[in-house]
Each structure stands twice: as C-alpha cells, then as structure tokens.
Ligand binder design. Sequence first.
Ligand code: GLU
Length: 498
Amino acid sequence: MTKPVRVRFAPSPTGYPHVGNIRTALFNWLFARRYGGRFIVRIEDTDLARKVEGAEKGILDSLRWLSLDWDEGPDVGGDYGPYYQSQRLELYKSAAEKLVAQGDAYYCYCSPERLEAMRAEQVKRKQPPGYDRHCRELAPEERAQKEAEGIVPVVRFRVPLEGQTRFKDLIYGDVVFGHSTLDDFVLLKSDGYPTYHLANVVDDHAMKISHVIRAEEWISSTPRHLLLYQALGFEPPEFIHHPMILGPDRAKLSKRHGAVSILDYRDQGYLPQTMFNFLALIGWSLDDRTEIIPRQALVDNFSLERIGKTGAIFNREKLDWMNGVYIRSLTPDEFFDAVQPFLMSDIAAGEALIENEDYVREVLPLVQERAKTLLEVVELTRFFFVDGLDYDASQLIGKKMDAQSTVNALKAAQENLEKLVVLQESATSETLPAFDADSLEAVLRPLAAELELKTGQLFGVLRVAVTGQSAAPPLFATMAVLGRERSLKRIAAALSKL
Ligand code: GLU
C-alpha cells in the first residue's frame, strides 16, 4: 500500500441503520485496523427532505454497540473536519463554481414542471430516463434572461458526449460505463446544497480517503465520481464495491425477511461479539470453513480480496447458532452482566434481581448452555422467579402413567424429600449433605426403582411439578437452586392440581 490507509463510513441519516449499512462500516473498520489506517465517519446530511429524526443517533449507537470506534468524525473531531456535510457547504459551492468556470458544468434553469413533463414523455416513448440537456448550450443572453426572471438555477455536470469511463474495482474487476449512458447529473441544487455525487467526491478528496469501500448499489455512481475527480484535478481513491446482503430467497434483504435494523438485534439479545463475527462472514470468509472468528482474529486476517462476488446471504439460523456459541463462551460474571438489562425489563425477574442477586447468579448458569439469545433467558428462567406456576394438570401425567400413578410418584417423592429436609434440620450440616443436586439425585434415583418406574418417568413428573414445563434445565440442579421450600411447595401444588 503506497498511501496511508484512510477509509470512511459515510452514512446518510435518512433511516435506521440496516445490517447492510453496518456491515459496510465493519468492512471499512476491519480494513483500517488491519493496515494500521484511520477509520473516519462522515455524516452525509445534505438531503434535507429525506432526513429522519434520530437516524444519526441510531447509526452512531450501532457503531458503538459493535465497538467500531472511529478515529475522526462526530464527537471525536479530527484534522479534516467538520465531519458533517451540512457544515461544509462552502467547499461544495466553490467546487461547483470552479467546474462552471472551466466549462465542465453549467447552470440549468429548467423548472420542476418541465422536468416532470420531460420524464413523462420519456416513459411514454420508452426512452431511458435522464436530463435532456436543455440548458447545456444556453447562450449568454438566454442565461441573462432567466436570471432576470429570478430563476435560481441548479448546477449540472457536463458529461462528455462520447467515450467511456473505466475503472478497476478490486472485487468486480474492470468496470466500464459508456458516457452515453450517463446524463448531465446535478451537482448543486437550487437551495445551495450539493448532491451526493459532488459532496462525496469533494470530501473524499479533502479527507484524503485512500480506499472507498461501499456497497455494490453505488457502483453506477462511480463513473460520475471519476469524471468529477478528473475535472477537479484530483487523484481518485481505489474503489471497492461489495455485494449487498441478500435474504435466503436471494432477494435484497428487507423488512419482510425479519429484523433488518441492527439495533433490533441488540434489543432481541444478540451479543455484539456475535453480530461482529456474523456480519464479517456475510460475503467474506477466512477459509470457507471457519465460522467462529473472534474480533482480533478478524482484524489480523481481514482482506478485501476474500470478499466474494456472490453469496452474501443473511442466514438467521446461523446467527442464532453463533449467538449460542458466544453466550456459552461467557464467564458467569459476563453472562450475568449481559443478561441483567433483559431481566430488569421483566417484573418477576427484575424483582428477584433487586431482592436477591445471589439467587439470580445461581439460576443463570443453568440456562447459559441452552440460551440462543439474552432475551430468551428471561423466558427460560421465568419459573425460577414467579410464585405460582401456570400449567395444566394433564401435563403432569407421566409417560405411560395415569393420574393415580402420578399422584403416587409425587407423594413418594414428597415424603422422601421431606425426610431429607427433616433429617437435615435435626442433624449437623457436617454429617448430612445439603439440599444439593447430588443428594437429591441420591434420594430420587433409587425411588424410581421402588415405584417400578423408569427414572425418566419419575423425573419427568417432577420436572413439570417444579418448573411447570417439560423442557427445563437439569432437574436436580434446578431443584437445588429453587431450594427445599419452593421445591416442596411446588410438589404440593402439583398434588392438589391432580
Ligand atoms: N451517503 C452514502 C450512503 O448513504 C454514501 C455512499 C458512499 O459510501 O459513497 O451510503
């Protein structure tokens, strides 16, 4: 690499950050970190009509959530600021004026009505859309006339009528656009704001951007940008366009494929480290096999060359699986910290957290193995925190058992456990085991044989009695954490249900 690496993420605050936008940011960030470069965030807020309140915050929050820290940009500043295009209008204006003075751009006085009629006519004649260059060769007197009428013009680029613009894209290879396919696009609007094309080129140059890494949807803008670089006498950066994210049906990822806002994934309880790893592997791969690649390994191995031309599919099942892997890799303390906000948003769990954090800390390891999301932990642990369980008596009846044998089994278990409790209370803790998983198993396993039941049958009945559900964490550990009092109360409640 000859020039210092300076890459940018240049979002327009026109909507909430889509997983696709943030993946573009991630690729830029990884590239900057891999090569010791700078990652710059620039807010492209020149489209006043499409500006969405809160969108910028959503974008920056998403970057922060994934720890995609930026070296220059909002909040942190930098040598090439301001990093909001709305604060750089003078630069665009003078670039536009320079282009007009050189003859590479011209003033256009066409009214919106005229442009609308022109478009309608093009549609009718099945002609490609585009400006018909009505004002391209206005005589000075015609211009003076329009000015005298008080019409505020836009500035349009004078695209050469012949020839072509080509560039080498690192991913797509040689890309060629014939100039006849480009119209004389607007550079400066009549409100004095630049269009995306002008502002993007002026800023990428002013901010010394070395590589433009962006989604494939911008590839058709690149010839326009290159014409601008040339006309302004700027050296263009390298261009790297990456494929867009597709849904499993290979259509562009959209709302109908489920959540597309990155912050929705945060709110559903995906870990940032999962999302980081997952997004990096949409359309990029280390070796076509390795799926779990922690942050630092991604930084160490990221390469633009391994971005594929196809296959950027958003696979929700893979995301869930990966989140489970990352959840299991957390230490108990990390898991507790990550889950805490989700528990807090639930009444019973939140209360338990406030009243007895130690209890919650005992509960959590029991579900860490199984949880696919942090939000799911609230569901999986609910029975630990509520008073009464809500289930139907019929659920209690064990496999190949009837109400009577179920009652017998529950009663026998109750007696044995009560004995264990009584014994323990009358004895010293040194001589007798506590109400822990091992001693519960020692009491309950032989009981199944005594009752002539399979252990699965007895344990199944008990599981429903103490948890209210048939799928739950390991039974003895669960009962141990629930404690004697709660466990016995639940068995009693089960008996009265029957
Ligand atoms: N503002 C554009 C966007 O919203 C930037 C595209 C580019 O990277 O050039 O994505």
